[in-house]
Design a protein around this ligand. Structure first.
Ligand code: PLP
Length: 394
């Protein structure tokens, strides 16, 4: 049976491929120090699970409106008003099966065949594939470690063509941990407004921000930007709810309406029980977020110090999210035993085979010469993994 054309160009997720390889080794009895997946290692907080039990017991197990239950849409809109001062009608919020689905919706309803979507690299693995599935053309724009992997206004301006439809921004970033300041977002916004393109702002890591760094939602940095922006967010990372599959968009009314219609045909509503759990997450006690953040923060400091101590390795300041994206260029073109380690893929695969540490090659994120380690893993795992990375490099 022949595959449709659109599937031939689709790359499978490299992060899932690496974690799949790590899982195979684990199944064969090997202890693997797995830093490949971007998934909090905490359990979903108890009060959120309790809300799900209640939802099941009270029969909230039927279809809901395709765009999500109104109390959740209202709660999301209210949270954005309280936190960012942004006014959205509840009907401008569309609840989806995770932020990934929300991104799929955003590209599907805005991108015409041949439209270009600017994606700064290093980028999260799914963006380019989702753009291609929507018929668009991903335009990868390389950013530099010296610029903290941030897209500059000049770089954005020079990447815009008459076919440019959208800019994808991810801040705090997976995979680099870098984050834009409000001023830097403002400079990008000026170009966006002048050139009349739209922005899809993936803000899934907004609550995982470290030290004195301050998160700003893209839609807030210039007047009039809300009409040009689709905000993407969800509960997966903030509340350790990756498996519940709840994400959302906040968008101009016509876009939200169209995404709701798309969802009504493609998937219907996201899981009803998960929606009630997400509602409890947003409306309940937020101390669980602070507790998890404090733990991530300790790990981030630890990982930063370990990378700095390895000869020839470096990374940018991790302002948010839970990834270290480290430069391994000085360690390529070297031999491990009799195996030549030429590329970042060779490096990550050899590290996994020889030292049983799973990371993801930078080339999967459009940045060869780097590797990504998630620090959504326990301190013990991180310590052992970095001891082994150090030994591997030596
Ligand atoms: C930047 C970014 N956006 C979106 C997602 C997807 O989130 P969800 O699990 O809610 O689909 C991830 C998950 O790894 C991510 O890192």
């Amino acid at each position: 049976m022949n595959l449709a054309q659109r599937m031939l160009a689709l790359e499978p997720s490299a992060t899932l491929a690496m974690s799949g390889k790590a899982k195979e080794m684990k199944a064969a009895g090997v202890t693997v120090y797995d830093l490949s997946l971007g998934e909090p290692d905490f359990n979903t907080p108890e009060h959120i699970c309790q809300a799900a039990f209640e939802a099941i017991k009270s029969g909230k197990t039927r279809y809901t409106p395709a765009a999500g239950i109104m109390p959740l849409r209202e709660a999301v809109a209210a949270a954005y008003k309280a936190k960012h001062g942004l006014e959205y009608k509840p009907t401008d919020v569309v609840v989806s099966n995770g932020a990934k689905h929300a991104l799929h919706n955003a590209f599907t309803v805005t991108v015409n065949p041949g439209d270009e979507v600017i994606i700064p690299a290093p980028y999260w693995v799914s963006y380019a594939e989702l753009v291609k599935l929507a018929g668009g053309v991903p335009v990868i724009v390389q950013t530099r470690q010296e610029d903290q992997f941030r897209l500059t206004a000049e770089l954005l301006r020079s990447s815009i063509t008459p076919k440019t439809k959208a800019l994808l921004l991810c801040s705090p970033s997976n995979p680099t941990g870098s984050m834009y300041t409000p001023e830097q977002l403002g400079q990008l916004a000026d170009v966006v407004l002048e050139k009349d393109i739209i922005v899809i702002a993936d803000e899934i890591y907004e609550n995982l921000v470290y030290g004195d760094n301050k998160f700003a939602s893209f839609a807030t940095v210039r007047p009039g930007l809300q009409d040009k922006t689709i905000l993407v967010n969800g509960v997966s990372k903030t509340y350790a709810m990756t498996g519940w599959r709840i994400g959302w968009t906040l968008a101009p009314s016509n876009i939200a309406k169209s995404m709701a219609a798309l969802q009504s045909q493609e998937t219907s509503n996201p899981c009803s029980v998960s929606q009630y759990a997400a509602l409890a997450a947003i409306q309940g006690d937020q101390s669980c977020v602070a507790t998890m953040l404090a733990e991530f923060s300790k790990r981030r400091d630890y990982v930063t110090s370990r990378i700095a101590a390895i000869d020839g390795m470096s990374c940018v300041e991790m302002s948010g999210a839970f990834y270290a994206f480290f430069n391994i260029q000085a360690h390529l073109g070297r031999k491990y035993g009799d195996k030549m380690v030429e590329t970042d893929s060779d490096w990550c695969l050899t590290l996994l085979e020889q030292q049983h540490v799973a990371t993801v090659m930078g080339s999967a994120f459009g940045a060869p010469g780097y590797a990504r380690a998630s620090f959504a893993a326990s301190m013990e795992t991180l310590k052992e993994a970095f001891d082994r990375i150090e030994a591997f490099v030596k």
